[in-house]
Ligand binder design. Sequence first.
Ligand code: HEM
Length: 280
Amino acid sequence: MSQHPEPDGVGPDTPNLDFEGTTPYDDYVKADVLTHLQHPLSDDPGEMVFLVTTQVMELWFTVIVHEWQTAATALRQDDLPTALAALRRSTYELESLNASWKPLAHLTPAQFNSYRGALGEGSGFQSAMYRRLEFLLGEKSGSMLVPHRGAPRAHAELEKALQEPSLYDEVLGYLARRGHAVPAAALNRDPAQRYEADPDVERVWQRIYAGPQDTPEMRLGEALTEVAELVWRWRNDHLVATRRAMGAKQGTGGSAGVAWLEKRARKNVFPELWTARSHV
Ligand code: HEM
């Protein structure tokens, strides 16, 4: 600390103040762009936090997609430590994502109504990054590309993600190469189709979980279970926030609203990791 700080805190030991152009911070973080992407559609003061929370969640989706792609690539190369590190980072990120529900979790219908009309037909259902996240989990659906026909970049990225093996496909390939009896049907499936639970895959997890408790396979199973649980929590927190904000009204995206979200939240991510537990 400077012994004689200047009144305004500027002294010889303060950070640099002089830059030729924009600051190196902004060159890296693009904070100027990021903090000017908020354009509320109504005059309601509560809309800003709705918009920013949605943007924050989009950023977390982006990071999590990156982590799961890292994990999938590492598993393809039988590099379990890299895969586990990425999955573990993603669980901390999922917890931060889920914590971001807080500002929207207690909206009353009147508060939400103050800007709901301004959203028009806009809905999180149209989030391309969320769809990529679901595709990586194995929840593939060609029809989820339809809303993005008019947006070439999002459409191309989704098309690629649809055709590529999911994270779970790579997990099954890894287990097969480690000598587990993963059925050929699961290994050779069309990756663009939704993954359907397979009793033989359930038996693979059952044997892993019934065996020695600290095998690499077991650590992988537990890391994936953690991911699955946190995704389930995001879906349920979304469901409850929606129920509080709008009851049983139709969604802005045209669905039945809460009734439709309830069905979606019932899906189990990595299904056999859950059902195998009944047989251990
Ligand atoms: C309290 C505020 C919110 C309400 C009332 C709400 C309501 C809804 C409803 C009713 C749907 C069903 C589709 C439709 O008809 O629109 C939906 C879907 C969705 N929402 Fe929200 N939502 C809220 C906040 C958010 C936020 C902050 C995000 C973050 C990006 C988000 C992401 C999504 C996603 C990804 C879907 C599609 C889910 C799926 O395909 O299973 N929602 N939302």
